[in-house]
Ligand binder design. Sequence first.
Ligand SMILES: CC(C)CC(=O)Nc1cccc(-c2cccc(CN)c2)c1
Length: 232
Amino acid sequence: ILGGYEARPHLRPYMASLQLDGQHVCGGFLIAEQWVLSAAHCTEGTNGKLFQVLLGAHSLSEPEPHKRLYRVRTQIAHPGSNIHNNRDDLLLLQLEEKAELNAHVKVLPFQREDRDVEADTMCEVAGWGTITHSGRRPDKLQQVERPVISRELCNHRTRHDQTITEKMMCTDSRKKDTCKGDSGGPLVCNGVAEGVVTAGSRVCGNYKKPAIYTRIAPYAAWIDGVMASAAG
Ligand SMILES: CC(C)CC(=O)Nc1cccc(-c2cccc(CN)c2)c1
């Protein structure tokens, strides 16, 4: 997160850190006791290795009472996701066991009504992604408030030039923005997860490249289907 600030500890008990060999790679969030939603592009370069999911954390390094690392039973990328564009950039992770829910570990409801969030709506996004252009990584969860911008503006020739589909949404990226390692985290508007951070043009803090999110509502049926079929 560029231009943000340290989150109040455990005010976002749904936040997950997707880790490989103890290193934070991407964000994610708890959508059910045994399921985390993140971004498919986070699996780039992992050579099919499974993530581990850290829940209940504020600091990535310090011991905290409700912090717990979960193994992943299965990772399911949306069948439409690919490395060439940001379309269908969603990843579902089934934990080896149900997460122990408590004050620091909670499920975040996601939007199921497929209607655009109005432009200028202030939303918030949090993550352990880089906090400087030089790529400094924070130890503690950061957050920032960002206004939604219209798809029309986001699709302008000088911005993302007609690549933003009706299954995506954008927020202003002037100075305050998502950045590397924030992918997979939720864009929360009025307490509901409306979007999942995607890398887009992999540029941060430049108003010409607004932040892009995969809207969740259009994928509610896919998410429910995967969770139901894996329920076993
Ligand atoms: C395996 C993945 C971590 C690879 C990756 O995502 N790289 C990468 C590099 C630079 C910026 C970003 C990035 C992320 C989220 C939002 C934005 C733009 N606001 C950029 C993402």
